[in-house]
Design a protein around this ligand. Structure first.
Ligand SMILES: [Cu+2]
Length: 452
């Protein structure tokens, strides 16, 4: 196992950290670097066809330059430090300072040129998942072209012949490089700005890391027992919420480059599955869901009209995937009487705490001493107590009167009187007739989930 100094040192020995500065590579477009894991505002198009830009949760969009009608981007594959949540940083591999890499956004019909500079200690390549392109641009090292050696820059150039929801990732030492966090999303907007237009368009890349408490570098050989389940290389409570104005149409696009499938469940709504990495789903073929399974190596996009106000959980429905720093060898003590045992152990170790005899919910409140650089298994606080969540979890916040394009956190939802579960204390309000309009507190569903 190598530590951070060795990791960075390996890169530095091969490429000086300043080797690709602007003066050294005058012909290359500037490679923008992101230094924070905060969600960056959408990048609006300055020229060309109009589109509503996407927002990558806890991520950003790569700027480009125009060169003789070609959109030029510059990706730098390199070791990065990623804060996965407050209190925990991981030493990953990524692009332009972050994992996942920046989102690439362009328009159907564009000719694009992507410079890829390799600052990793081994060769790499970039595969453009789902895009239709020439065979030699497909980024499978050894098959499409030789791997990009350390310190070198390769150029990929192709036309975007279809719009949709795509990804990019290495196709070179793939197991290691993807386990280290190398992946990103690639959105191609339709040429017609009114085709499938939405008001909010969110991106989530699912990922999984195996990092022991107190460690910084993922174990790359892990196949099944991951300890951190992330969205865009963040884990709850480090994942930003998804604010949506009441009445706006929203799309959420989810890509999966982990080793298992993830059923993504959103509360409060039914939604329509409108796009895959294969293309747009025709209106008559769209189907309703409240959970959408994202297969390995695939993307799904779903849409809904945000007509129901509230704070709505959105999470992976595999319950172990909404936990952090999972230990898989913890025995189950539910129902066990450990009182006698506790007494005996406390003779030897006075601070011993019996765990989990009544379930594990007490872990959400407990401030246990943790090693440096890890996060509790169940954590996060809501307006009404501990959420007991981690990993792949966030909150869709639908609010009246949000400014279009404003993605700042609107805070917690105040449930209107009479619309929140409460403790029964022996008296009930007078029963009212169901026909009485006053008793209607549940929003009436409409045919809101079909594509416009
Ligand atoms: Cu999952």
């Amino acid at each position: 196992m190598f530590n951070r100094r060795q990791l960075l040192g390996a890169g530095a020995a091969l490429v000086s950290t300043a080797a690709w500065s602007k003066t050294a590579n005058a012909g290359l477009p500037e490679a923008a670097i992101m230094e924070t894991a905060a969600t960056q505002p959408p990048l609006h198009p300055q020229s060309g066809p109009d589109y509503n830009p996407v927002v990558t949760l806890n991520g950003w969009t790569l700027p480009f330059r125009m060169n003789n009608g070609v959109k030029e981007f510059h990706l730098v594959a390199e070791p990065v430090e990623r804060e996965v949540a407050e209190g925990m940083t991981a030493y990953l591999w990524g692009y332009n300072g972050q994992s996942p890499g920046p989102t690439i956004e362009a328009v159907e019909g564009d000719r694009i040129r992507i410079f890829v500079t390799n600052k990793l200690p081994e060769h790499t390549s970039v595969h453009w998942h789902g895009l239709i392109l020439p065979s030699g641009m497909d980024g499978v090292s050894g098959l499409s072209h030789p791997g990009i050696p350390t310190g070198k820059t390769f150029v990929y150039e192709f036309d975007l012949v279809k719009s949709g929801t795509f990804m990019y990732h290495p196709h070179a030492d793939e197991m290691v490089q993807m386990a280290m966090g190398m992946m990103g999303m690639f959105i191609v907007h339709p040429k017609d700005p009114n085709f499938r237009r939405v008001d909010r368009d969110f991106l989530i890349m699912l990922n999984a890391f195996d990092i022991d408490p107190g460690m910084y570098v993922p174990k790359v050989m892990t196949m099944l027992d991951f300890s951190l389940w992330g969205w865009n290389s963040r884990v709850f409570p480090g994942i930003d919420p998804l604010p949506i104005g009441k009445g706006e149409r929203a799309r959420i696009r989810v890509g999966n480059l982990t080793m298992t499938n993830h059923p993504i469940h959103m509360h409060g709504y039914d939604f329509a599955v409108t796009c895959t990495d294969g293309g747009w789903v025709k209106p008559e073929a769209q189907w309703p869901e409240v959970s959408i399974d994202i297969p390995v190596g695939a993307m799904r996009a779903f849409e809904f009209d945000a007509i129901y106000e509230g704070d709505w959980a959105i999470h992976c429905h595999k319950s172990h995937h909404t936990m952090n720093a999972m230990g898989h060898d913890v025995p189950t003590f539910v129902g066990a009487d450990k009182r006698n045992l506790t007494k005996k152990i406390r003779n030897l170790q006075p601070e011993y705490m019996p765990m989990g005899t009544a379930g594990m919910a007490d872990m959400g409140v407990m401030e246990m001493e943790l090693p440096d650089n890890t996060i509790p298994m169940m954590t996060g606080w809501g307006p009404h107590g501990p959420l007991e969540m981690g990993g792949m979890f966030s909150v869709v916040k639908v609010r009246e009167g949000l400014t279009p394009g404003d993605y700042s956190d609107p805070g917690w939802y105040q449930n209107p009187p009479g619309t929140q579960a409460y403790e029964w204390t022996g008296e009930l309000p007078e029963p009212r007739k169901a026909a009485d309009a006053q008793t209607q507190i549940t929003p009436r569903p409409g045919s809101h989930n079909t594509a416009g």
